[in-house]
Design a binder for this molecule. Structure first.
Ligand code: AMP
Ligand code: MG
Length: 409
């Protein structure tokens, strides 16, 4: 049996993870798949946008110098969007035009149809336009050569719109990490396949981790639940290593006799960065590297697995993708009662948040056992309670990691 050689602090563990996380290669990602990824270089406008002077309204293009209330204009041609007029606008003439239509030669203003006698072969002008009225000028949105989106920007819907106006069919982004998730434990049964025999439980971790990794922007896939038997574990981890940028396992990483994940990883050439963090929930967390691949051995207790994923794996995935917002927001919270931490290590306490006149009130979601999956669904934040014997007094500010941003608004 192997015991923890040296437990490190949470902040040290986070630093070691981020420091050893590589940025993934740049890929040209089709526009439709780039959402949430970060730009790997500045993006320049390829053309002026809009590319040509065009009408902002439905109406008539005329020469403003000819305009007088009551004057009748013959309509000599039309310019719907996508089909420029063939004729130019001569003195006293008009071209029927629709929103987005190219301003015909000769015209320097567009009159809204509402300011005329209406559609027809001619119309009477009701209101005199100034030069340039209702004309959207070429390049008024963006100019060719101008930087339209900066390196590091997370691509959102507006960015996709802007890139598309410039004809980009793909964007240079750091690619999504490929995450392979492997749960371990002889007791595990696939949900939905059959009922439980004595001693068995359903595998919830691997599904939760795939979901959380997908939410973080990764391309995550679940392998299967491997038994605690050495050879089964070895071939499962080998298989995960074949395709993954990041391997995430759950279970089998503590000091029990059946906890073979760490030794198997080491046998497979993984270099240990750390094993054991002075942190609750998640003390047995293992982190190692093999070449460019990163491996996280999360503890099996579902709360530990999810909290460790959030605090260590998620920032690493975001770092790989060049995301600037890799850490969750942190706020100061307070408790109404004194809080004692008897664990001798930092406690990331699951709390709910309520906004009060004094700030954010944190309340424990209830029992903090590492197996209580239901507690996770109630937690808005993790309050970081240091291992001080005297604990935290009521009203004292405490740092908390916000899990649900929407709570803040
Ligand atoms: P371990 O870290 O393997 O000692 O597991 C700790 C606890 O977590 C045990 O009660 C396991 O049955 C449970 N556990 C391990 N893996 C999973 C999983 N994939 N889903 C749900 N519970 C698990
Ligand atoms: Mg186990």
């Amino acid at each position: 049996m192997q015991l923890f050689e040296r437990l490190i602090e949470y902040s040290e563990a986070e630093r070691l993870v981020l420091q050893s996380t590589p940025r993934l290669p740049v890929e040209e990602m089709p526009l439709g798949e780039a959402l949430g990824l970060a730009l790997a270089r500045d993006l320049e406008a390829t053309t002026d946008s809009p590319p040509f002077d065009n009408s902002a309204v439905d109406g008539f293009a005329i020469r403003s110098a000819d305009a007088a209330v009551g004057r009748v204009f013959p309509v000599v041609d039309e310019a719907p969007a996508g089909r420029p007029a063939r004729k130019s606008v001569g003195e006293g003439e008009a071209v029927k035009i629709f929103t987005g239509g190219v301003i015909p030669d000769g015209a320097d203003a567009v009159v809204m149809v509402e300011n005329t006698s209406g559609w027809g072969e001619s119309f009477e002008l009701g209101k005199v336009p100034s030069p340039g009225n209702n004309i959207r000028l070429a390049g008024e949105d963006t100019r060719r050569g101008e930087v339209i989106l900066r390196e590091g920007t997370e691509v959102g819907a507006p960015g996709i719109a802007l890139a598309a106006t410039q004809g980009y069919g793909a964007l240079p982004v750091y690619r999504r990490p490929k995450v392979v998730v492997l749960s371990t434990g002889t007791e595990l049964v696939e949900p939905g396949t059959r009922g439980l025999s004595p001693g068995e439980i359903f595998d919830s971790n691997s599904y939760a981790i795939v979901a959380a990794a997908t939410e973080a922007g990764a391309e995550a896939r679940r392998l299967y639940a491997a038994s605690d038997e050495a050879s089964a574990l070895r071939s499962a981890i080998e298989e995960a290593l074949e395709t993954a940028d990041v391997v995430v396992t759950s279970g089998g990483v503590s000091v029990g006799e059946k906890d073979l994940v760490k030794s198997t990883m080491l046998d497979l050439g993984v270099e240990q960065v750390f094993w054991g963090v002075k942190f609750k929930p998640g003390k047995p967390l293992f982190y190692g590297t093999r070449g460019e691949t990163r491996l996280f051995g999360l503890p099996g207790n579902p709360v530990s697995a999810m909290v460790c994923f959030d605090l260590f794996v998620r920032p690493a995935l975001m770092e790989m993708m060049g995301r600037r917002d890799r850490r969750r927001p942190r706020i100061a919270v307070y408790f109404e009662r004194d809080i004692v931490n008897k664990f001798g290590r930092l406690h990331a306490m699951r709390v709910s948040l309520t906004r009060t006149e004094r700030g954010w009130l944190a309340e424990s979601v209830g029992a903090q056992g590492s197996g209580l999956v239901s507690s996770l669904t109630k937690a808005d934040a993790l309050a970081l309670i240091g291992p001080a014997a005297e604990g935290i007094s009521a009203g004292e500010p405490v740092e908390a990691i916000v899990l649900r941003d929407e709570k803040l608004f």
